[in-house]
Design a binder for this molecule. Structure first.
Ligand SMILES: Cc1cccc(-c2n[nH]cc2-c2ccc(F)c(-c3ccc(S(=O)(=O)CCO)cc3)c2)n1
Length: 241
């Protein structure tokens, strides 16, 4: 039984993202042009225009040591800390908690000259997808942020903003190098494989060259800043498996 009005939509969007989980870099490179590479981070992008709009889908694969997928997803989902790590945000407002793993947020993003200011109104959902006991599949933690118009009329929007439609997913897998026999697992034994996918329709008029330059610059910055934030927040805390 749907526990809240967005329950079915969230299930189908998550299922779709999980179908594309675990694209290894080789397969990625066959169909996705690599636009940025630094250390373990690879950012891929397709150039797609839909009725004159840039809707370049973006995928980033990154491996971060010392944290778990649960920790990465916990901080990505938690609206209370978003202003601490999301550098392109002017404001964020949690409109409604649909359940303990689903909520609706209104955000205003910093203006990128010469385009108009953008805002986003979206649901967020966090989910643990344990591997089936056949242990063929991996164990994932997922967060999805997806535009919505659910109860939009209750939201006091910032005037003159252009609404952005987007569908973002963060899919994480924790890799544990077993410690020597009898030793506790420490953060030195942890690595987290992150897949970030973003489909952003910037809405309204925006020059293709400017948008593509912004995305090329902002996404790697955002992933580095966010993952470093989680490393800093968790380093002295017990591990969240
Ligand atoms: C990180 C990044 C990449 C590309 C562009 C920019 C940016 N600069 N100035 C305005 C924006 C902007 C415009 C519209 C957007 F939807 C998002 C946007 C970005 C990330 C996410 S999220 O879901 O990954 C994290 C939640 O904020 C959602 C929307 C960001 N920021």
């Amino acid at each position: 039984d749907p526990k809240h009005p967005l329950y079915n939509e969230i299930n189908s969007v998550i299922a779709e993202h999980m179908r594309y989980a675990d694209m290894d870099p080789k397969t990625m490179e066959e169909t996705w042009p690599l636009i940025y590479e630094e250390g373990d981070m690879r950012v891929y992008k397709r150039e797609i225009e839909e009725d004159g709009m840039i809707v370049d889908p973006l995928k980033a694969i990154h491996t971060v040591s010392g944290v778990t997928g649960h920790e990465i997803c916990h901080y990505f989902y938690n609206p209370e800390v978003r202003m601490d790590w999301e550098g392109t945000l002017e404001s964020t407002k949690t409109m409604e908690y649909l359940s303990e793993d689903s909520l609706v947020t209104y955000q205003v993003h910093k203006r990128v000259w010469p385009t108009a200011q953008r805002d986003t109104y979206f649901w967020s959902h966090i989910r643990h997808c344990p591997s089936e006991d056949d242990s063929e599949s991996a164990d994932y933690w997922v967060v999805c942020n997806h535009s919505t118009d659910y109860n939009e009329s209750n939201c006091q929007m910032v005037a003159k903003c252009v609404r952005v439609l987007f569908n973002v997913a963060l899919i994480c897998q924790t890799i544990v190098e077993p410690p020597p026999a009898g030793k506790e697992i420490s953060r030195d034994n942890l690595r987290c494989r992150i897949q970030y996918s973003a489909n952003v329709n910037p809405g309204g008029w925006a020059p293709a060259s400017v948008l593509r330059a912004v995305y090329k610059r902002e996404y790697p910055k955002f992933l580095k800043r966010f993952t470093q934030y989680v490393i800093d927040q968790t380093k002295d805390k017990p591990i969240m498996f």
